[in-house]
Ligand binder design. Structure first.
Ligand SMILES: [Zn+2]
Length: 428
């Protein structure tokens, strides 16, 4: 039997169909919006409320083995944030890495209806599917890690292109993933097994494979396109967080050529300054490139001040964050496939780099000419919790609020923050 619904009297916002605040009915049949439903359909009176499409979190970390490790690592932050059982909901815990039930309820409370777990090694897929199954209310999916997979590297090295494509297709299908994910291609492979080698150049050879990060990016981007996956290859570029890394990001985007690809948490990859030296903003350059290349999309990975958890398949970065913070940490390898690093983290408004990261994220949003291709994210919980999204949206929509924000005009060394387009951020 069909399930039908008529939502009446709500103020409807639907940017895809140019509806902006019109009071009108919305009809739903079997989970899809339709023109009309019969009078006997269930009615919901939404008078005084906004009716809009559910939010989609295109990149977050909510399920799977590394998420579970992060929960275990930080019992202290969950102890004081308990979601009690009610008549309609099950109990759970919050903090920066909530339990499965709490994750679903809290996304739903924000008006989000979909969240994509962004980094799962093939061997972790079953665990992830179990946790996603356990996450209520919202729709969800995940991206499977392939950028540091020794078996795929071997096929590429031996020029077995067709078998490479078939292996990627098999892994996507067998793991039930939505698309392929690349994290620091080459970097985690060189780091695995206690070798702890760094790959910083896209043309540097990865161990004994005779491959470079550029080869890996091109092969996986083209394969994702050829397989017609619903979302293109999702790329976490090399050199995350390092001053001067915007050059690596630009080179990656150039290597992609005219193919479709998504560059994730691009804020963390938009830094100028001498390589490994003092950070500066290169948001205008990165924005201009994305604006002029409609084959590319990105999400921002906005930093929000307060508690976060660094949680990444970029094991080398996990080690670097541990060294910066001195906090407790976990690093792990996944056999043949990937690695991960987890470090509790706090972003502080008076720290130069943190304040700069905050400003660069806002610049990237505000400089984008196509908001469908520069998507909102905090890379939850890396830049901050998804619970900060309402505050972030207000920061983008309300100039006065933005100007009141307690970022000092100076860094901890008393120096003025010189963002690449601070005038734009202030004037927008
Ligand atoms: Zn991420």
């Amino acid at each position: 039997m069909s399930v039908m619904l008529r939502i009446v009297n709500g103020r409807v916002y639907d940017p895809l169909n140019d509806i902006e605040g019109e009071v009108r009915d919305i009809c739903v049949k079997d989970g899809r919006i339709v023109e009309d439903v019969p009078p006997e359909a269930k009615r919901i009176d939404a008078k005084g409320m906004v009716v809009m499409p559910g939010g989609v979190d295109i990149h977050c970390h909510i399920a799977g083995s590394k998420v579970n490790l992060a929960r275990k690592l930080q019992p202290e932050e969950r102890r004081h944030d308990v979601h009690p059982r009610t008549l309609f909901t099950r109990s759970g815990t919050g903090g920066s890495v909530p339990s499965t039930f709490t994750t679903g309820y809290r996304y739903a409370m924000l008006g989000y209806t979909t969240a994509m777990e962004a980094a799962v090694p093939p061997l972790g897929a079953r665990h992830t599917l179990e946790e996603l199954h356990d996450t209520p209310v919202i729709d969800k999916g995940f991206f499977v890690l392939m950028g540091n997979n020794a078996l795929l590297y071997r096929l590429l090295q031996e020029g077995r292109k067709e078998e490479f494509r078939q292996a990627v297709a098999w892994w996507i299908n067998a793991s039930r993933a939505y698309t392929t994910k690349l994290v620091n291609p080459g970097g985690a492979e060189a780091w695995k097994g206690g070798r702890n080698a760094y790959i910083t150049d896209l043309n540097e050879e990865i161990d004994s494979f005779g491959l470079t990060p550029n080869h890996v990016v091109q092969a996986l981007v083209e394969t994702a396109e050829m397989l017609n996956l619903p979302h293109p290859a999702h790329i976490h570029c090399n050199n995350l967080g390092v001053a001067g890394n915007y050059k690596t990001t630009m080179e990656t985007m150039q290597a992609i050529g005219g193919h479709r690809a998504h560059i994730t948490h691009i804020q963390f990859h938009s830094y100028g300054g001498p390589f490994g030296g003092k950070h500066a903003s290169k948001a205008p350059e990165i924005s201009e490139y994305i604006n002029n290349h409609p084959n590319l999309s990105a999400d921002v990975g906005q930093v929000m001040f307060g508690k976060a958890t660094g949680m990444t398949a970029d094991a080398q970065l996990g080690w670097m964050l541990y060294q910066v913070t001195g906090n407790k940490w976990v690093n792990a390898d996944v056999e043949h496939e990937s690695g991960c690093g987890i470090v509790p983290f706090v972003y502080e408004d008076k720290k130069y780099v943190h304040a700069l990261q905050w400003g660069i994220g806002l610049e990237l949003f505000l400089l984008s000419k196509d908001p469908w291709r520069m998507v909102l994210s905090t890379d939850h919980p890396n830049g901050g919790s998804f619970l900060s999204y309402p505050r972030l949206i207000r920061l983008l929509m309300d100039r006065e609020f933005r100007m009141e924000y307690p970022v000092a005009g100076s860094g901890d060394d008393g120096e003025l923050l010189l963002l690449g387009s601070i005038d734009f951020v202030c004037a927008a």
